[in-house]
Design a protein around this ligand. Structure first.
Ligand code: FES
Ligand SMILES: [Fe+2]
Length: 430
């Protein structure tokens, strides 16, 4: 459990809050590139860390991310005209470029230099793999852009997707780093009957996808071990297999909130993160990358429709308003939860905890150690920043090597030697 004060510290991210200040020190995704598909296309509203903004793509293709409100008399630039390398407020015609400079002020006399004195807040952006990232912190503290392995690939090898979710972002972060729930929330009842299944891959090495499902479905009390690393931390969910080996699912976390859920080596690389629009809503961002080839158009369309689940008017089909279409008959006969789809299952339980979960009422058990550790490091970094201590900045030469991992290892082996950037070779004390 947390004190009320710590819970507030953890969850509030608006301007001037300690956790909000912490996240403003890192590049975070703000919008999808295809929301502003071409030069001079219409501006769109963006909400991030409690701030209202507009994004636009100028005539040269550069992305601007500006304060929503015109500095003249505060009209919204969402109504603006995107033309000739700038976004022009329709109220009195003031025009701003992607850097926030006022480049035209037709309502003032031609000889006036007032426009040179007016600026609008503009955040730096980087566009990669179909997403626009923003840096919202102090300019002198701006770090280099993320050096994830994925961003060493060409943009067409990367897929970025996101889904709107309806509760505080921290509930989603804590869902992703809780390996024990997959044996419950995400279990299909048929997996329980897999006890006799054996395709010969319950041996040290990489299990088949089906063997992986069997192990996760039938072994419901993993031991969880956490290891601090130079980039953040990683932890293993360890299940003893029918043949007495250890099945590892290693989840990695690059500070502050970039999470790589365990994957087999033949699966795409990727990471996810949960980014607050404000204290009560967040985006679930998923980035995946193909090492060997670009995504096909078909693969992109399939992923988009799986993520989006939108009706013909672009509205989400499921949400807290219809209990994610919980089906009690399916709960008896098909799946543990009765909700279809992994993401919807996660979202259903996460926003059922309350818009901002009351962590003073929790009772944390042994499987919650990653959750506890994550809170500890985030709260420490936020408090340190209040004291003027800069937050941890993962070393780009290390970040590029980080991956999650799944493997079966001998029963007596040390899991900390396995996976990418692991063990003594990586200078990590075992
Ligand atoms: S309010 Fe924008 S130009 Fe006047
Ligand atoms: Fe989940």
């Amino acid at each position: 459990m947390l004190t009320h004060e710590d819970n507030e510290l953890l969850c509030r991210v608006g301007p001037g809050t300690p956790m909000g200040n912490l996240f403003r020190r890192y590049w975070i995704p703000a919008l999808l590139s295809d929301e502003i598909p071409e030069p001079d296309s219409p501006p769109v509203r963006v909400k991030l860390l409690g701030e209202e903004m507009v994004a636009f793509r100028d005539t040269n293709g550069n992305v601007g991310l500006l304060d929503n409100n015109c500095p003249h008399r505060r009209a919204s630039l969402f109504f603006g005209r995107n033309e000739e390398c700038g976004l022009r407020c329709v109220y009195h015609g003031w025009k701003f470029d992607v850097n926030g400079d006022c480049v035209d002020m037709p309502s003032e006399p031609a000889e006036s230099n007032f426009k040179d004195k007016v600026k609008i807040t503009a955040y730096p952006t980087v566009e990669r793999g179909g997403a626009v990232f923003a840096y919202m912190g102090p300019r002198e503290k701006q770090p280099p852009f993320w050096n994830f392995e994925m961003f060493t690939l060409a943009d067409n090898h990367i897929f970025a997707g996101r889904t709107r979710a309806y509760c505080n972002y921290m509930q989603a972060i804590e869902g992703n780093i809780d390996s024990s729930h997959i044996s419950y929330l995400h279990r299909n009842l048929a997996d329980l009957k897999m006890t006799d299944f054996d395709d010969g891959t319950d041996v040290p090495g990489f299990p088949s996808a089906k063997m992986s499902t069997k192990i996760r479905g039938t072994s419901r009390t993993p031991s969880l071990e956490l290891q601090e690393t130079p980039y953040g931390w990683r932890y293993a969910g360890i299940r003893i297999t029918a043949n007495g080996h250890q099945h590892l699912r290693i989840t990695t976390n690059v500070f502050p909130i970039f999470n790589m859920v365990s994957r087999l080596p033949d699966q795409d690389i990727g990471f996810s993160l949960f980014v607050p629009l404000d204290d009560e809503n967040h985006w679930r961002w998923n980035f995946s990358g193909k090492l060997d080839r670009p995504y096909t158009t078909e693969e992109r369309e399939t992923r988009t429709s799986q993520r989006g689940e939108l009706d013909e008017n672009g509205k989400p089909l499921r949400g807290p308003w219809n209990d994610y279409l919980l089906d009690r008959e399916a709960q008896r006969t098909v799946s543990y939860s009765g909700v279809t789809g992994v993401q919807a299952q996660d979202m259903a339980v996460q926003d059922s905890m309350g818009i901002i979960a009351d962590r003073t009422e929790e009772h944390l058990g042994t499987t919650d150690q990653a959750v506890i550790h994550n809170r500890k490091v985030l709260l420490k970094a936020a408090r340190d920043l209040m004291e003027g201590i800069d937050p941890p900045m993962p070393d780009p030469s290390i970040v590029v090597k980080v991956r999650s991992h799944e493997e079966i290892i001998p029963g007596d082996a040390d899991w900390r030697l396995y996976g990418a950037y692991a063990g003594e070779d990586a200078g990590i004390k075992v």
